[in-house]
Design a binder for this molecule. Sequence first.
Ligand code: C5P
Length: 235
Amino acid sequence: MRNPVILALDLPDPGRALAMARAVGPYVGAVKVGKELFVSAGPEIVRTLRGEGVGVFLDLKFHDIPNTVAKAVASATRLGVQMCTLHASGGTAMLRAAVASANETASAAGVPPPLLLAVTVLTSHDDGSLAETGVAATVEAQVEHLARMAVSAGVPGLVCSPLELPRLRGFLPGSVQLVTPGIRTGNEKADDQKRTLSPREAMAAGASWIVVGRPIYAAPDPVAAARGIAMEAMA
Ligand code: C5P
């Protein structure tokens, strides 16, 4: 069984991020490189990690005109990333262009295409802030709408909050990969994550992958924490 744990490498210092990825990499399925680290360390950190056999989830949440997103996805595919995110709200044409670009670039380069993951509604939104952007739907309805749209456009996976898992699993095809952050084991200090599930609960609720940051990298022993979380998630 594959290891479903993705370590969120939310460390601003590339040296520390690389050291953490090298130590914990063997005990997780992939590491997530987000905007902060990518903007400071650039694609070189992705190449270094890939060169050392560490899977990379590139979390840059692309949202632009279809042609630009297709080119960004092509670049990510050539970097050899395992997963990459884009905003479902970019629309069907943008999502289709991204899927086509991942497949065409991968086959030209002789590498597997990255698993494209659509982000629906950011969890920082509530109904009021969504209305402010011109979307009259509730957050829940808009998540469902965008999830259906992304999957119809051929996007094979979604990022969702742990509490959205049961509802999404209720109407999406079983083949859709669901990736969820907001994982807590109960051993860590309280932080800004309010709605969380344990690794076991998230997997039971239908997660394909769980994204875990502070419970691993801020633990006294990150390797032990990663091993424990992976064992629980795979049990
Ligand atoms: O440290 P922690 O386990 O909370 O890290 C979770 C990771 O998942 C972070 O990289 C965070 O940005 C990301 N994330 C999240 N909640 C969302 C979307 C992404 O925590 N709704």
